[in-house]
Design a protein around this ligand. Sequence first.
Ligand code: IDP
Length: 140
Amino acid sequence: MAGNRTFTMIKPDAFAAGNSGAILKMIEEAGFKIVALKATQLTSELAGKFYAVHKERPFYADLCKYMSSGPIIAAVLEKDNAVEDFRKLIGATDPSKAEEGTIRKIFAKSIEANAVHGSDSDENAEIEGNFYFSQFERVL
Ligand code: IDP
């Protein structure tokens, strides 16, 4: 159903710091239902594919290196107005600009190592969920 699912990753910095459980708790308490979940690690090549839209940006090579530097958690989340509400919950890309109480404000280390990913559109939520999960790995 369009509009009620989004995709997230708990990025290597937050996973390594042992913040995955606390972040998932905040996500559930904000009303999101977890409909797919896995711990995994990207290769640099896969990180490059995931972030291909940024390949002309100066931070792309560093981003691919960072995103493949350690384990992550990938998840599909369900809630009304999922994409927009989740972007609000995580806060601005740069944690120094994120609102108080947002996941990035609480857990992010820098503009790059910013704890979580959240899809920016329904279309990308679908593409990103399909990047990680087969139809048998998610709640239908
Ligand atoms: P978003 O994750 O808030 O949607 P995007 O602009 O799509 O932000 O950037 C994707 C990811 O690239 C960010 O979450 C962050 O990890 C990294 N990134 C974005 N801007 C910068 C930057 O200026 N320097 C370093 N890394 C950046």
